[in-house]
Design a binder for this molecule. Structure first.
Ligand SMILES: Nc1ncnc2c1ncn2[C@@H]1O[C@H](COP(=O)(O)OP(=O)(O)OP(=O)(O)O)[C@@H](O)[C@H]1O
Length: 257
């Protein structure tokens, strides 16, 4: 599969003084660091701290305002947005959404082969959705839709997987199943970055953490990042947020008092 653990120090994504956001408002400021090949990282932080903005920038859906976000060339990407960003009323079936994961290999107009159909069927079975292939998307529960999206990631077979709050409004059994899939991708040597809110889940399942509050409060081994002091710093960053601030505050302005 070519994703050996030997590549651990190779950076799949490198951020250099990255500032990014919307219109004239920067949402993430001066980020420096990287995601090593084969790493499994959680991005945590208060609401509005820039977690989704960072994933969108890594996915190249947003361009940096300054600095850079470099992705290693030739690495296939799978990006799973927040469920709330999806249009569920789109008239499509489960199988259609999962098969969209094949387009990077086949092209949008490419013909699907029998082996593609087998991949989609196997992916649905792997996420526990046997028998759901022809169900319209608007008849799925939140957990079933999230499983469907994980099946799409499975068929994408990507080296770099970005997941935005995949555990939101999902029951415990589904969370366990999705965590098992993430663990499986990690064991295969893929690079996985997941936005999450549940710190105990992050401590138990994610070796690396980026604690974000528009700039990086801490980034590294989860146990050294998720200290009480760092979590308190992240919260006070948030309380100091000023919507009317200039587009990018000078380095240090967000420091807790
Ligand atoms: N499309 C947009 N246009 C303008 N501002 C935006 C847009 N999307 C997000 N923002 C703003 O950018 C900031 C960071 O938002 P972002 O969604 O990245 O935060 P988050 O950490 O993912 O939040 P949450 O935990 O609530 O999902 C917020 O102040 C938000 O209001």
């Amino acid at each position: 599969m070519g994703r050996s653990v030997a590549g651990q120090n190779e950076m799949v994504v490198e951020l250099t003084d990255l500032t990014a956001g919307y219109a004239s408002h920067a949402a993430i400021h001066h980020l420096n660091g990287g995601f090593a090949r084969g790493s499994l990282t959680a991005i945590v932080g208060p609401n509005g701290s820039g977690k989704s903005t960072l994933l969108k920038t890594i996915a190249h859906l947003l361009a940096p305002m300054s600095g850079s976000c470099h992705r290693q060339p030739g690495r296939a990407l799978a990006y799973l947005p927040q469920l709330s960003e999806l249009d569920r009323a789109f008239p499509a079936r489960v199988v259609d959404l999962v098969a969209l994961g094949l387009w990077q290999r086949r092209g949008l107009l490419g013909r699907h082969r029998a082996q593609d159909r087998d991949r989609v069927t196997a992916a649905l079975a792997q996420v526990g959705l046997d028998g759901f292939a022809t169900r319209p998307l608007d008849t799925l529960s939140g957990g079933q839709l999230q499983r469907t999206l994980f099946a799409r990631v499975l068929v994408q077979d990507a080296d770099l997987i970005l997941l935005d709050e995949p555990f939101n409004a999902i029951d415990d059994k589904t969370i366990r199943d999705l965590l098992a899939l993430i663990g499986h991708w990690h064991a295969e040597g893929r690079t996985v970055v997941t936005v999450a809110h549940d710190l105990s889940l992050v401590r138990a399942h994610f070796p690396q953490t980026l604690l974000l509050a528009r700039s990086a409060v801490a980034w590294g081994d989860t146990a050294t990042v998720l200290t009480d002091a760092n979590i308190a710093r992240a919260r006070s960053f948030q309380e100091a947020w000023d919507e009317a601030a200039p587009w990018c505050a000078p380095e240090g302005q967000w420091r807790a008092a």
